[in-house]
Write a protein that binds this ligand. Structure first.
Ligand SMILES: Nc1ncnc2c1ncn2[C@@H]1O[C@H](COP(=O)(O)OP(=O)(O)OP(=O)(O)O)[C@@H](O)[C@H]1O
Ligand SMILES: Nc1ccn([C@@H]2O[C@H](COP(=O)(O)O)[C@@H](O)[C@H]2O)c(=O)n1
Length: 670
């Protein structure tokens, strides 16, 4: 996950490959609650690991349910309808799928079993209405207090003084959010002993497919609700939550929408995007996004648990669609409209206004930043493609779906008229709500022109701190990091292991060309063996310095270095990154420090690792290395003509990082 202030996505041109979706949020949190209310243990497979499921798991733990992870599976041991903890304060973040159903189930349990529970969330959760659900629960006799504003969380659920009254139908509004009805359907089986419980929906029920998920999952837990149209639902008398023992959570159909759109926009020229985890057997309503994407031009084939998407019509076709059945996924259509001929009109989306943010207002504001022409109304949005694309910094409003769908705008070079601008996503971490590794999954399947992938180079002499600086800058920007010295060190180590001497240029070049190197986080593997510490040894560095003087060794390592230039960007450190390997880099920095300071830093570094060292001989070694690096005929150590020169003898690492980021920002279009 990218836990950084912003992530800049460069202009993109194509997509191909396979994406494995995380579990569905809607199914995950429903299954967790049902498992928590059941007797016995339910093994939940492929549960979504996200902010919203984490708050639900925490809530179940606080209520006394057994909650244990076993490998990728979760084992939930439920309450069997009996409270084991009578009081709890539950923090539910911004998870509507936790707040609403827990309110219903706990209101009933508190009223009938003398419990007291407080439910709260982040400030935005306290702006999301819950009054219609509270009104419905009060009809039964559940005592519920608003602890802040009337009609909104936080809530206190209290013990009742009289038995709950289920004789009359419970009436609930269905036109604001279907989650209120879902909450009642999930919670009211708890009070079905005295007789069947009937729920009547007032107004046109919105987002019906989510109710289908609820009914489907209730059936998996042994509760067969009778549905009369979409206005009347009856929970049979004596309903009991019965664990199915084992339940699998299918991939998230709303999350699939970004990759369906990706295929429709960017899987051209024989490419395809394959999506695994959700397919034509899905129980999620958002799977019908596929029909909308087809209407816009996507070429989609499908089977059980998979979808495959290619570009069909191009440019995409504008549509006019009632999106009540796919409220979440419909946001993706608004971004597809940027690639369509004509004006796309999405209607019946009033529920967008009470989601993680006011999504109609947010989408309109952010689409306009890109240059789109947008009209918004109380319950609709109209989007026409930009006549001229602008580089935009997309505010994400702590809304995962805004972050995900706007990433697709980076394909603007494919649009008509084409753009050539990067798209900056602010607070990309917000995707943690449903798809923590969204950007990693996206970057795995996208293609960009190499020249469009930004590169920062940081060169300098030994122990000047360039590796530390480059790695920190890469983390701050979410970019890849190349420690090119490691390639020369690995060549030196592999040569020593193979008995190749430091004067055998042809032998060394063969070793360099055959390197089996792998980087995993901070670890480096050579031929399957972890060598991160071995590479840092001084004698390996000294051999690397001798090895690196040979032109054929340098040539042999060039392609490997260039291959690190991948979306979203690269920070590369070494001796010739700015002069030879990436001469067109967007920012070049040449960092240095006095020999005395560098020897002292290296001394400290070695001592802290428990490696004995002498400061005078370290200084002599590094000066000898600098001299060899500077005086060799190929790719000598020297600043590129357009490099920013930077003596960091008196600066901390943080100050160095801040300086480079300031230079970088000054070059951005935002
Ligand atoms: N600005 C700084 N102030 C103090 N110490 C620093 C600074 N920058 C780096 N260091 C420390 O100096 C040591 C050497 O830094 P680093 O390994 O990043 O240098 P390098 O130039 O990449 O070295 P090499 O060329 O040998 O790979 C490390 O222990 C690092 O923590
Ligand atoms: N781009 C580069 C990087 C390194 N070298 C040589 O490798 C030696 C080890 O590098 P470190 O940065 O890990 O210390 C170094 O002394 C250089 O001789 C290079 O030539 N080009």
């Amino acid at each position: 996950m990218f836990s950084i202030p912003f992530l800049t996505v460069p202009p993109l041109r194509a997509a191909r490959g396979t994406v494995r979706l995380p579990g569905s949020k809607s199914i995950s949190n429903r299954v967790l609650l049902l498992a928590g209310l059941s007797e016995g243990t339910t093994v939940v497979r492929d549960l979504l690991d996200s902010d919203d499921t984490r708050v639900m798991l925490d809530a179940l733990r606080a209520l006394g349910c057994g909650v244990a992870a076993q490998g990728p599976d979760w084992h939930i041991t439920g309450l069997g309808g009996q409270l084991s903890t009578k009081t709890a304060d539950l923090f539910l973040g911004n998870a509507g799928t936790a707040m609403r159903p827990l309110t219903a189930a706990l209101a009933v349990l508190a009223a009938t079993q003398q419990g007291t529970f407080e439910l709260k969330g982040i400030p935005r959760m306290h702006e999301r209405p819950i009054g219609d659900l509270v009104d419905a629960l009060r009809q039964l006799g559940c005592p519920i207090d608003y602890l802040g504003n009337e009609g909104y969380p936080p809530l206190r659920l209290r013990p009742g003084s009289a038995p709950l009254d289920t004789s009359a139908p419970i009436r609930v509004r269905g036109d604001v959010s279907s989650q209120f009805l879902t909450a009642l359907l999930l919670g009211l089986p708890l009070v079905s002993d005295a007789g069947p419980v009937t729920i009547e929906v007032e107004g046109e029920l919105t987002s019906k497919p989510y109710i289908e998920i609820t009914l489907n999952l209730l059936a998996r837990f042994g509760i067969l609700v009778r549905r009369d149209g979409w206005a009347r639902f009856t929970i049979p008398q004596g309903s009991r939550y019965r664990s199915p023992g084992d339940i699998h959570v299918e991939g998230d159909a709303s999350s699939a929408s970004y990759f369906v759109a990706l295929g429709a926009i960017a899987a051209h020229g024989g490419r395809a995007v394959r999506i695994e985890g959700v397919g034509d057997d899905s129980i999620q309503g958002d799977i019908r996004f596929v029909d909308a994407a087809r209407a816009m031009g996507a070429d989609v084939t499908s089977g059980p648990g998979w979808l495959e998407v290619r570009r069909g019509a191009w440019p995409l076709k504008a549509i006019d669609l009632d999106c009540n059945h796919i409220p979440d996924a419909a946001m993706t259509l608004a971004v597809m409209a940027l690639f369509a001929e004509g004006t796309t009109r999405l209607t019946n989306i009033a529920s967008w206004r009470v989601k993680e943010t006011d999504r109609i207002a947010a989408m309109a504001t952010e689409l306009r930043k890109l240059g789109a022409r947008v009209v918004e109304g109380a319950d609709f949005i109209e989007v026409a493609a930009p006549e001229r694309w602008s580089a935009a910094s997309i505010h994400t409003y702590d809304d995962h779906r805004i972050a995900m769908c706007f990433s697709l705008a980076a394909f603007n070079p494919l649009a008509r008229p084409a753009g050539h601008v990067p798209v900056r996503i602010l607070d990309p971490r917000c995707v943690g709500k449903t798809f923590p590794d969204y950007f990693e999954a996206l970057f795995d399947v996208v293609e960009a022109d190499s020249a469009d992938v930004p590169v920062l180079t940081i060169d300098g002499p030994t122990a000047s701190g360039k590796g530390t600086l480059a790695s920190a800058v890469a983390i701050a920007l979410g970019y890849h990091f190349l420690d090119s010295g490691a390639l020369y060190r690995a060549t030196a180590l592999a040569a020593m292991q193979a008995g190749v001497t430091d004067t055998d240029e042809a032998g060394l070049a063969r070793v360099a060309a055959g390197l089996q190197l792998k980087f995993t986080g901070h670890q480096i593997w050579l031929a399957g063996v972890e060598v991160s510490d071995d590479l840092r040894q001084e004698h390996v560095g000294a051999m690397a310095s001798r090895v690196s003087t040979f032109p054929s060794v340098r040539d042999a390592l060039k392609a490997l270095q260039l291959s690190h230039r991948r979306v979203p960007g690269l920070v590369a450190d070494g001796r010739d990154m700015g002069t030879v390997i990436f001469p067109g880099a967007d920012l070049k920095v040449f960092v240095t420090a006095s020999a005395a300071v560098r020897a002292e830093r290296r001394h400290k570094q070695l001592i802290s690792k428990g490696i004995p060292a002498n400061i005078d001989s370290l200084r002599a070694d590094l000066e000898a290395r600098d001299l060899r690096d500077q005086s060799r005929t190929v790719a000598p150590l020297k600043p590129a003509e357009d490099a920013k020169l930077f003596d960091n003898s008196q600066l901390t690492v943080d100050q160095c990082v801040a300086q480079v980021l300031e230079w970088w920002e000054a070059k951005q279009a935002f």
